[in-house]
Write a new protein. Structure first.
Length: 182
């Protein structure tokens, strides 16, 4: 048997010609559509400047803190006649009251947590006085021996509180709180 004659018009030359025509049409369409929009070919349109507007007024200052009933008890926090165990009990009670009022633990580092307990929270509820022993200018609060308290949130409802104790070193036998939970 003989070979079949090739079909005319289906070779690689015709395919290349069709591809060339399609590309040419796409380029021409793009070129002329820009001219219809009033743009010069080959240039990118720059959007008009955004008109300036007045800035909104600054937010109103936070309302004054509302004293929580536990504030009375918390004034004994780090009192001269107290001890570290009492301080830990007071802080535990303050955290419990905060969770009941706010629905969760305060979050952040030492200074952010104590700021929330002193009224810098969404409901402006104050559970600790504005000033007390151990409150440094930076906002960090130390235990009665001068070491910052440590906090470990186990969940939104449970917070472990730890003091380094009299030796001022964490991980020793005189620590107050539950160091095993860390």
């Amino acid at each position: 048997m003989g070979q079949a004659a090739p079909r005319s018009g289906t070779g690689p030359g015709l395919r290349r010609g069709i591809i060339f025509l399609v590309l040419l049409l796409v380029i021409l369409f793009g070129w002329f559509s820009r001219e219809r929009e009033g743009e010069k070919p080959g240039l990118v349109a720059i959007p008009p400047p955004i008109p300036s507007r007045e800035l909104p007024p600054p937010p109103a200052e936070r309302p004054p803190a509302v004293d929580h009933p536990i504030l009375e008890m918390s004034t004994r926090f780090q009192a001269d006649e107290g001890n570290g165990e009492e301080d830990l009990e007071i802080l535990t009670s303050v955290f419990d009251a905060y969770r009941r009022a706010m629905g969760e633990n305060p979050v952040g580092e030492n200074e952010e947590i104590f700021a929330a307990l002193r009224g810098n929270n969404s409901k402006s509820i104050r559970l600790l006085p504005d000033a007390f022993p151990g409150l440094l200018e930076s906002g960090v609060v130390t235990d009665r021996w001068g070491t910052p308290w440590r906090f470990h949130a186990l969940s939104g409802k449970e917070m472990h509180i730890l003091s380094a104790g009299p030796d001022r070193e964490f991980g020793t036998t005189d620590d107050l709180g539950d160091p095993a939970s860390w």
